[in-house]
Write a protein that binds this ligand. Structure first.
Ligand SMILES: Nc1ncnc2c1ncn2[C@@H]1O[C@H](COP(=O)(O)OP(=O)(O)OP(=O)(O)O)[C@@H](O)[C@H]1O
Length: 273
């Protein structure tokens, strides 16, 4: 999205995350190379790109897990250079490819702990009643009310991902960066996850890192394509699918790895080439 989108976000009081010139270097190798991204509340943004494009590293850099240069502002507040826990407290939350939940605790206990994370005991005590409400609301949003007393370890794969999203909700994350949330899910779980993300994105800024092109087509409102650490293309799903540069990079990857051919072919086919 453009600076106009940021201006719109600022004018309407919507949350936004503005990333400019983001660069991450590992031993001289630029894994992320001058990336500009504008993420605005209400947009369900998908970040796609071939293996090694730098998608996860962008998320790591925004959340303070790897050092980076450039700027990241959340609704005008500088983010880059802050410690991970401070970034989380600013309302920027992320999930990982493997769900990081406490398997021996119940669904509700997981949410309860997440609701209190990073806060002193006195604050916790004061917030105790409010916390019960946010946990109840999150349970409803993620559709796990009926499993509140179930140990998280026995949840289905998709339900664990939903619990992790719920943990971000109770932490009051209004910017959510989700790393491959539907990896390993069946069709029904994927659909339920997409609908959950649509509900969440209406009020928050949501970025989904994905390889699943069907999922992207069904749910993305905007797409940014990364390749070799740079933004290759940005636009709606149909604009991205019609972009020859995007087709090229996916077909190139297919030739190299044999894993993305289906994706590349689908992109090409759907754009009418
Ligand atoms: N800690 C690290 N040290 C050195 N190189 C790294 C490190 N983390 C990532 N890289 C490299 O940076 C590049 C980008 O990796 P990244 O995981 O961000 O890509 P990605 O687009 O998320 O890929 P995938 O879709 O396969 O998860 C890759 O070449 C990767 O090998």
């Amino acid at each position: 999205m453009t600076p106009t989108a940021v201006a719109t976000g600022a004018r309407t009081g919507r949350t936004y995350l503005e990333v400019r010139g983001l660069t991450v270097t590992f031993d001289g190798f630029r894994a992320v190379d001058g990336v500009d991204l504008t993420l605005i509340q209400g947009d369900l943004k998908f970040l796609i790109g071939p293996n090694g494009a730098g998608k996860t590293t962008v998320v790591d850099a925004i959340t303070g897990l790897v050092p980076a240069t450039g700027t990241v502002d959340k609704t005008g507040q500088p983010v880059l250079g802050m410690k991970t826990h401070k970034i989380a407290r600013m309302g920027i939350g992320r999930t990982f490819q493997t769900a990081s939940i406490f398997e021996d605790l119940t669904v509700e206990q997981n949410l309860d702990i997440a609701a209190g994370s990073g806060r002193g005991w006195l604050t916790l005590l004061r917030r105790r009643r409010g916390r019960a409400t946010v946990v109840a609301e999150a349970l409803e949003t993620i559709g796990l009310e009926h499993l509140a007393s179930t140990k998280a370890g026995v949840l289905a794969h998709g339900q664990k991902q939903w619990l992790e999203i719920g943990m971000l909700l109770v932490q009051d994350s209004d910017v959510m960066l989700l790393d491959e949330p539907v990896a390993g899910m069946g069709a029904e779980e994927r659909k339920a996850t997409g609908e959950l993300l649509q509900r969440i994105a209406a009020e928050r800024t949501v970025v989904v890192v994905e390889h699943d092109m069907d999922f992207m087509r069904d749910f993305a409102t905007s797409v940014t394509v990364l390749a070799a650490g740079k933004v290759l293309a940005e636009g709606t799903v149909s604009e991205i699918q019609a972009d020859p540069k995007v087709q090229q990079v996916y077909l190139g990857t297919a030739a190299a790895t044999g894993t993305e051919l289906e994706t590349g072919t689908e992109l090409e086919k759907e754009s009418g080439e």
